[in-house]
Ligand binder design. Structure first.
Ligand code: ADP
Ligand code: MG
Length: 392
């Protein structure tokens, strides 16, 4: 069942009435600029046509009653239990509840009322695959609370509150890109975000191009620990480089020439991590002009360089992601491919000539299965609009 129907259906069954609204918040795929959002760099994501669907109504008893339809689990919390991260019975919140409760907490913390809701949600974004199911859950609740509580803020401000919930309530030290893309997506466009100023612009996606997402079906454990280690290595690199470049505050402030001049002062691991970031920020800067000029192959080379750098310097790839990108290169319609998201499994993103995109996806799935024995879900994605709320 499609998650839209599943959410509405589950709401009716669980709460015995019709929901009044439906919030829809998409996942995202990032075309270029990986692991640079927390280094003040440039990212180029698109919201995709897979989303979290949240059927909801105002609550009548001052408490939130939330059903995760994909897990068939209900959680009940109120503004008085949020601070202690427990439910109405005093039990600790289960993992998934941290996302909706974290949004309510972040809103209240920012002085925005989060009137309680009754809701049921379901999503067709695979979890932990690099398409940001977590941000889509957060943003779906942010727009739902906005709808019920009678205030209105910009999508980017909602994204920032979602990030605060994930950083401070869930405890994941993520950057702003995921929530931003889910909140601010524009149909048929990529979004170019400067993660330092938070200024952004849209980049039209030519109708000659298609985005193909290929899920390796592999999920690695311990990714959050590795993620934090990468962040620490970047901070260490900044601290060392600051002795030579006192004005820098992040790797964004180090250009390629300066980096090449001073990189010998860095220990090996921070050097490799920083080299990825410095060159990836450079790639992010040149990408929009390539797309604007129709130099799709030039953009494809940047994607390939990005993947090689994530594999060899940032060391967040895995054999299945490497295999998926290599197999893509031999197929008709291929322009570029790389791992997308934090890495260690999950998805690759492929830029493909639109006319042959479906065939490309089929062929890639078949060859990946032949080589690895694994079944991959591979599909053509549409760049989609950001989060919205419908009256039901
Ligand atoms: P991703 O890369 O997909 O964002 P994360 O580990 O950041 O992976 O987030 C996945 C977590 O988000 C899940 O473990 C769960 O707690 C929550 N989540 C995502 N989708 C759903 C869903 N459909 N129902 C309930 N919780 C969800
Ligand atoms: Mg996530």
């Amino acid at each position: 069942m499609h998650p839209r129907e599943k959410a509405v259906d589950a709401f009716q069954k669980q709460f015995g009435k019709e929901p009044r609204f439906l919030a829809i918040a998409p996942g995202r795929v990032n075309l270029l600029g990986e692991h640079v959002d927390y280094n003040d760099g440039f990212v180029l994501p698109a919201a995709i046509d897979r989303a979290t669907f949240l059927a909801f109504s105002p609550s009548e008893d001052n408490c939130n009653h939330i059903l995760a339809a994909d897990f068939n689990e209900q959680a009940d919390y109120s503004q008085f239990t949020l601070g202690d991260k427990c439910d109405l019975d005093g039990n600790p919140l289960r993992d998934w509840v941290y996302y909706p409760a974290g949004v309510a907490w972040a809103l209240e913390d920012a002085g925005l009322e989060a009137k309680p809701i009754v809701g049921a949600f379901s999503s067709n974004i695979p979890r932990g695959s690099g398409l940001s199911s977590s941000a889509s859950v957060l943003v779906s609740f942010a727009v739902a609370y906005q709808q019920i509580s009678g205030w209105n803020i910009e999508p980017m401000a909602l994204a920032k509150l979602g990030q605060k919930a994930e950083n401070q309530y869930v405890g994941v030290n993520c950057g702003i890109m995921d929530q931003f893309a889910s909140a601010c997506g524009v149909e048929n466009h990529l979004l170019l975000l400067d993660c330092r100023s938070l200024e952004w612009q849209t980049v039209p996606l030519s109708d000659q191009l298609a985005i193909v997402v290929a899920d390796t079906s592999v999920r690695r454990k311990l990714t959050s620990g590795e993620y934090n280690k990468r962040r620490e290595a970047c901070e260490e690199a900044v601290a060392v480089l600051k002795h030579h470049l006192p004005k820098i505050n992040s790797l964004r402030d180090v250009d390629v020439i300066e980096f090449e001049k001073f990189k010998t002062y860095l220990p090996e691991t921070p050097r490799k991590r920083a080299e990825h970031v410095v060159y990836e920020i450079e790639r992010g800067k040149s990408a929009p002009a390539l797309l604007g000029n129709g130099d799709f192959d030039g953009f494809g080379r940047l994607m390939e360089q990005c993947h090689a750098s994530l594999r060899d310097l940032y060391e967040v790839s895995c054999p299945e992601l490497d295999l998926m990108t290599e197999l893509a290169k031999d197929l008709q319609g291929y322009i570029g491919a790389r791992l997308t998201g934090a890495g260690f499994g999950g998805c690759t993103v492929n830029l493909v000539h639109a006319q042959v995109a479906n065939h490309f996806a089929q062929q890639l799935a078949q060859r990946y299965n032949q080589k690895s024995g694994l079944t991959a879900e591979i599909y053509v994605c549409k760049a989609s609009r950001g989060a919205s709320v419908e009256n039901l």
